[in-house]
Write a protein that binds this ligand. Structure first.
Ligand code: HEM
Ligand SMILES: [Cu+2]
Length: 554
């Protein structure tokens, strides 16, 4: 069993001993798996919240949930999906893979790694404690209702009474510190612990993109934490950072929040880029096209993404020149992103494509991320943004990027590396069901939101009147949401079934070329019996084809 071989305790030892092995572990692989399990748990929670939101919007003038609960639901849903679903899933995948991919035995600071996981998990627990104690305007047991961006002064003591908002602040800041420990660890690991001979320009692209990802976390999270501390001081120590009536500034929150919030989008999507850059070459049986330009484009995206935050603030009435700058800077990101899309397409072009589930998810990612990217360019155009900002068009846009883009690729990654982590293959048949239900449901759910948004439906409204042309589109969306829910159910069924009775995977089921496939599946706790020396970007190709190794050409 996966768990037994990668840790100290064996499968035959009592359950308590096994559990003890898990909660005390400092093994990067076990920590990675725990992050992923945490993400699955919160995916169910955030998904139920999303379904409740969609049920409320099924018909005009619906009274199923009511305005107060609705506000709490979209706040909790957004916060959960970002901080406790996508973040832990990418952290888990990176934690599991990066040391294997660069051929070392663990991360640089294994204990710090464990601390990071527990901080993330406790952050989620703190947030959800609000349902038991967080009394706000609505009495005991209410959740925050201020949106996942928690705009001040809506969060100031005057408007957010009771403790609900405090649970948001504490939950997200504690998990944010967890993300910082992860990033520090990852940077140190990648820079100092690569296998002998492995130059930085020979690591798999996933590692490159995670390096830049970690760097973005290091720049973006501290301002958020600072803003959160300021908000706590406003709420409990009589400070007035965000209180205009006493010389504070409400816009300050927006600047600090989006200085985090925009790079956060890239923090969530760069790992997806990385996963796709591993999957597409293997299932096209070709070397990735433009390795160096891929890494350079990622660095450019990371840099530019730090300078565009105020495109979230076009409607607050900044100076025109500022709007123009932030609009232009946002357009600029299309260039490196375009380079990447070009490289992926060029890798596919002329390849011997193998349509296995990971590849399907990769192609699903490509198509939906493209749509999300194009609507992003539209939104970066100031006059367009003035029209559709805070409408469902925006909700459609960011779900295409974050769900269609990020989460799709992360799920594809789960299919690709599941055999490595467990020694079992996932079922292709159930995988197909998962993919197609998700893909069809997704487009039914979020596609029509472009239209309802352009027709004027504002986001964050708990209901609407009949006769504005919104009913049909909302019903399509709600149907799509349930189809997608079924899709995710297939994902979990697939994992459960395959763990019990999946085909044996072997060390290298996809005939891949990176180092993680050089060890057993699942890998032993020390990863590699012998640390391999590396001479090219595809060390396993070199091993398999000694007559024609890559290093002759690189
Ligand atoms: C079944 C899946 C999902 C459904 C049905 C869904 C649906 C919704 C709906 C209806 C809203 C409320 C929009 C509003 O009135 O503002 C919303 C908000 C949000 N969703 Fe999702 N969503 C899903 C998955 C996700 C995922 C995977 C993510 C993150 C990666 C996500 C992130 C967000 C965020 C951040 C908000 C807050 C929007 C805001 O108020 O600004 N959602 N979602
Ligand atoms: Cu942005």
């Amino acid at each position: 069993m996966a768990i037994a071989e990668s840790g100290q305790s064996s499968a035959s030892s009592p359950l308590v001993t096994q559990l003890h092995g898990w909660v005390t572990t400092v093994d990067h692989k076990r920590i990675g798996i725990m992050y992923i399990l945490m993400s699955f748990f919160f995916m169910v929670v955030g998904g139920i919240e999303a379904l409740l939101i969609r049920m409320q919007l099924w018909v005009p003038d619906n009274t199923l949930i009511g305005p107060d609960t609705f506000n709490q639901l979209f706040t909790m849903h957004g916060t959960t999906m970002i901080f406790f679903v996508v973040m832990p899933m990418l952290t888990g995948i990176a934690n599991y893979l990066v040391p294997l991919m660069i051929g070392c035995r663990d991360v640089a600071f294994p204990r710090l790694n464990a601390l990071g996981f527990w901080l993330s998990l406790f952050g989620g627990c703190i947030l959800y404690t609000c349902y038991f104690t967080g009394d706000a305007l609505y009495g005991l047991g209410s959740a925050p209702d201020v949106g996942w961006f928690a705009y001040a002064p809506l969060t100031s003591p005057a408007y957010a009474r009771g403790g609900a908002v405090d649970y948001w602040i504490l939950g997200t800041s504690v998990s944010g510190v967890g993300a910082l420990t992860f990033a520090v660890n990852l940077v140190a690991t990648i820079l100092t612990m690569r296998a002998p001979g492995m130059k930085l320009n020979q690591v798999p692209l996933f590692v490159w993109m995670m390096l830049i990802d970690a760097w973005l976390i290091l720049v973006a999270f501290p301002p958020l934490t600072a803003a959160q501390i300021m908000l706590i001081l406003d709420r409990y120590a009589g400070a007035h950072f965000f209180d205009p009536q006493s010389g504070g500034s409400a816009l300050l929150w927006q600047h600090l929040f989006w200085f985090f919030g925009h790079p956060e989008v890239y923090i969530m999507v760069l790992p997806a880029f990385g996963i796709i850059s591993e999957i597409i070459p293997v299932f096209s049986r070709k070397v990735i096209f433009g390795y160096a330009s891929m890494a350079a484009a990622t660095a450019a995206i990371g840099l530019i993404s730090l300078g565009v935050w105020a495109h979230h603030m076009f409607t607050v009435g900044l100076d025109d020149r500022l709007d123009a700058y932030f609009s232009a800077a946002s357009f600029l990101i299309a260039i490196p992103t375009g380079i990447k899309v070009f490289n992926w397409t060029a890798t596919l072009y002329g390849g011997r494509l193998q349509m296995r589930t990971p590849m399907l998810f990769a192609l699903g990612f490509l198509s939906m991320f493209l749509i999300g990217g194009l609507t992003g360019i539209m939104l970066a155009t100031v006059p367009v943004d003035w029209q559709v900002s805070d409408s469902y068009f925006l909700v459609a846009h960011f779900h295409y990027v974050l769900f269609g883009g990020s989460l799709f690729a992360l799920m594809g990654g789960c299919y690709y590396w599941f055999p490595k982590a467990t020694g079992k293959m996932l079922s292709e048949k159930l995988g197909l069901w998962h993919f197609w239900l998700l893909f069809i449901g997704f487009n039914l759910l979020f596609g029509p939101m472009h239209i309802s948004g352009i027709l004027g439906m504002p986001r964050r409204v708990y209901t609407y009147q009949a006769g504005q042309g919104w009913e049909f589109w909302n019903q399509v969306s709600t149907v799509g949401a349930f189809i997608m829910g079924f899709g995710i159910l297939f994902f979990f069924i697939n994992i459960a079934v395959s763990l019990r009775s999946g085909k044996k995977a072997g060390d290298d089921p996809w005939d891949a070329w990176t180092l993680e496939w050089a060890t057993s599946s699942p890998p032993p706790s020390y990863n590699f019996e012998q640390i391999l020396a590396v001479r090219s970007r595809r060390p396993l190709w070199d091993l398999k084809h000694p007559e024609d190794p890559d290093w002759k050409y690189e």
